[in-house]
Design a protein around this ligand. Structure first.
Ligand SMILES: C[S@@+](CC[C@H](N)C(=O)[O-])C[C@H]1O[C@@H](n2cnc3c(N)ncnc32)[C@H](O)[C@@H]1O
Length: 306
């Protein structure tokens, strides 16, 4: 069975590269016991690092408090039924920037293309999406009946008796036949995102904080510590907290006694590895990109290409 990469759905997520990046860092630094992921986002790098036996502690930090609160809530209570409630457009607009777990959930599971700003569904398709969601995720037979009526197809009751994944896929296929294909794919993806959150329940060991990277206190031994940075890229989609000061980050790195790795397309440090992958940095487009890993002090002599 292929092991799924962990991590919340997130704009600019390192999900596809997390294993390669963590391998590269750990192989070059076998003495690493403490790993700091200071621009944690969806957590792909932290979740990969926390599974490595040699690493004793992983510190995940992210400025976006709602996202951190969502992780805290999952660590504390697990993914409870509340996670599967329908979030409508008004609730999304009202709460998406709240510094609580609901704000984080709105951002990672209910925003269009994970852009954290716009509601997932268009106004016209919202009612049908809501019925489908409630029928499957909340096992609601009345909603299934209403959905049948709305799309003009008798949906078998057994759909909501199946486990959520199977029922959802079947329903999606049926609805797809009568509605626009692209939109239904979108709903399937969103429901899968909710499911991905469930995989995070076991990540109890992660130490979470919601500060700016330069406010995180780092006191672990220099020769056993790695700091990993995946800052907002220059010229790409903005996150929630306004402009990012890249010069200040460069200065912070220069002043730090620690070994620091930076993921970027372009950064003012020696390049140690290059990765090629497909990215979804905008809400609608994916493209092939080359991404680099940089390091502030003695990694290896050559740049590796993946
Ligand atoms: C490229 S994303 C990180 C993606 C992450 N590596 C992943 O795999 O999902 C950059 C993140 O930095 C966060 N951020 C922006 N300014 C920050 C700051 N001053 N301190 C910490 N995090 C910050 C943004 O909210 C965003 O989540």
């Amino acid at each position: 069975m292929i092991k799924k990469q962990l991590g919340m759905p997130y704009m600019g997520s390192k999900c596809k590269l997390s294993k390669k990046i963590v391998d590269e860092i750990i192989n070059a630094n076998p003495a690493t016991k403490y790993f700091y992921d200071l621009f944690g986002g969806g957590g792909a790098i932290s979740f990969e690092a926390v599974q490595r036996k040699k690493i004793e502690k992983v510190f995940y930090n992210e400025l976006n408090m709602g996202v951190v609160e969502l992780l805290r809530k999952i660590q504390k209570d697990g993914v409870t039924d509340e996670f599967y409630q329908w979030i409508d457009r008004e609730t999304f607009i009202k709460h998406k920037d709240d510094d609580c777990w609901v704000g984080g959930l709105c951002k990672v599971a209910w925003s269009f293309g994970n852009n954290q700003k716009d509601y997932l569904f268009g106004k016209d398709v919202e009612p049908i999406k809501k019925l489908a969601h409630e029928a499957i995720m909340l096992n609601d037979s009345e909603k299934l009946r209403q959905l049948s009526e709305k799309i003009g197809i008798e949906l078998p009751h057994k759909i909501i008796e199946l486990d959520k994944t199977k029922g959802r896929k079947l329903l999606t296929r049926i609805v797809k036949k009568v509605k626009n294909e692209r939109m239904d794919l979108q709903q399937l993806q969103q429901l899968e995102q909710l499911e991905r959150l469930e995989q995070l329940e076991r990540l109890q060991q992660l130490e979470l904080s919601s500060k700016s990277y330069d406010e995180v206190e780092i006191t672990t031994p220099v020769d056993e510590t790695i700091i990993y940075l995946d800052p907002p890229y220059k010229g790409t989609a903005e996150y929630q907290k306004g402009d990012f000061d890249h010069r200040a980050l460069e200065k912070w790195i220069a002043d730090s006694p620690y070994k620091i790795y930076v993921s970027s397309y372009d950064f003012n440090l020696p390049k140690v590895a290059t990765f090629k992958h497909t990215s979804s940095l905008s809400a609608t487009a994916t493209n092939n990109v080359t991404e680099n890993l940089y390091c502030n002090r003695g990694h290896k002599d050559t740049t590796r290409l993946f």
